[in-house]
Design a protein around this ligand. Structure first.
Ligand code: PEP
Ligand code: MN
Length: 348
């Protein structure tokens, strides 16, 4: 249930309504918009709509018909902007996150961070704990990988996103990263999502490989209902009958999410396409469709990558894509990091 307060409602009136809702067994999430306060009452209690409607300072009470509540546009009509330092995800600017699938060595992460920074990425990506389909595949460097990623990100003044696979990894990832990535395979790891609801850093929530948009938003609800308002959704491709690409990047999910939810949504064309020659086309399409950002795999020597080499772009391809996005983004009223960053010396 959403309680929309009058524009002139006093703090005392708001607090009174909050107290009554809590008495009714509800959890109350407050959203203070530009002009008025909105209260989201969720939980297993029984909120008496008629009673709340008659309380002083209440403008209207709306039942949220969607199963997800705090993630819905009914609860919050304005777009959520997730901030990481001075980076704003969900604002006018299209934010690009890029880097290798996995951290492999110091030299590899340093080279990748420098390449993506030069091209205009704002956030460095890289996995240290890897969810691999086979237990015999490279599983990531663990904490050592996080340290390498952080050092490389710091050297290039980039923020850092890395995947958390399990509750036991939250503490160590929190020490090194700015954003927790929840991978497709963990989208319905509800214990992990609940725990991340108490984290103080944003959560990048990938869509599960066969999840509906409703299930995906319900997973976001787990994080939001724990009190963490900073969820970024990421469309990364779903499994369909098609085998020509690794997954089917559901571009239509972007406008659907924009309609149903206030949360920012980005796209991952790398896992979507699974082939580097198709990543740029899918990235262009995602931005044109209204994505708030992209997360892209880039590797300086993808043929020798320990994971996802086939879908990792060469730095030169990534440079070209960024130049194309500088044309597409303004055409739909968005901005993007304007110029490639100056190179640090000749021949680099
Ligand atoms: C990744 O980002 O490297 C990854 C494993 O992604 P996903 O969870 O989308 O497969
Ligand atoms: Mn990958």
């Amino acid at each position: 249930m959403v309680v929309v307060m009058e524009e002139r409602a006093s703090e005392a009136q708001v607090e009174h309504v909050v107290a009554r809702l809590i008495e009714m067994g509800m959890d109350v999430h407050r959203s203070t918009g530009v002009s008025r306060t909105v209260l989201g009452a969720v939980g297993q209690g029984r909120a008496d709509k008629e009673l709340i409607e008659t309380m002083d300072g209440v403008k209207e009470v709306v039942r949220i018909s969607e199963p997800y509540k705090l993630a819905s546009r009914t609860f919050k009509s304005e777009n959520t902007v997730v901030t990481v330092g001075d980076i704003r995800i969900g604002g006018d600017e299209v934010i690009v996150m890029a880097g290798p699938c996995s951290a492999e060595s110091e030299q590899q992460v340093r080279a990748a961070a420098a390449a993506v920074k030069r091209a205009g990425a704002k956030i460095f990506r890289g996995g240290a704990f890897k969810p691999r389909s086979s237990p015999y595949s490279f599983q990531g460097l663990g904490e050592e990988g996080l340290r390498l990623l952080r050092d490389a990100a710091r050297a290039e003044h980039l923020a850092l996103v890395s995947e958390v696979m399990d509750v036991s990894q939250i503490g160590v990832i929190d020490r090194y990263c700015d954003i927790f990535q929840v991978g497709a395979r963990n989208m319905q790891n509800f214990t992990l999502l609940r725990e991340l609801g108490h984290a103080r850093k944003p959560v990048l929530l990938k869509r599960g490989i066969s999840a509906t948009i409703e299930e995906w938003l319900l997973s976001a609800e787990y994080v939001l209902s724990g009190g963490n308002k900073d969820v970024i959704l990421c469309e990364r491709g779903i499994r369909t009958f098609e085998t020509a690409t690794r997954n089917t990047l559901d571009i239509s999910a972007i406008p659907v999410i924009k309609k149903l939810s206030h949360l920012p949504v980005i796209a991952d064309p790398s896992h979507g396409a699974g082939r580097r020659d198709m990543v740029a086309a899918m990235a262009r399409a995602a931005v044109a469709a209204g994505a708030d950002g992209l997360i892209i795999e880039v590797h300086c020597d993808p043929e020798r990558a320990l994971s996802d080499g086939a879908q990792s772009m060469f730095p030169a391809q990534f440079d070209r894509l960024m130049a194309e996005l500088r044309i597409i983004a303004p055409a739909i009223g968005r901005s993007i990091c304007l110029e490639p960053m100056p190179r640090r010396g000749w021949g680099q």
